[in-house]
Design a protein around this ligand. Structure first.
Ligand SMILES: [Zn+2]
Length: 60
């Protein structure tokens, strides 16, 4: 399991489609940055799920 190295607010943009949390049905308001050695991945979460956000990229 990877834990995020950085969590930052998701800036809403005009004309952008609504983005949903990866863990639940809520609208995403935060994005978590994961350092995966070879590259950096960003996943979007709502304010609640981001607190425990971790992603198992080995299974992805
Ligand atoms: Zn959520």
């Amino acid at each position: 399991m990877q834990k995020p190295i950085e969590i930052r607010p998701l800036k809403p943009k005009r004309n952008m489609i609504r983005q949903y949390c990866e863990e639940c049905e809520e609208e995403a308001t935060k994005e978590a940055v994961f350092d995966l050695e070879n590259f950096v991945a960003v996943r979007r979460f709502c304010g609640r799920c981001v607190e425990t956000a971790k992603v198992d990229f080995a299974e992805a």
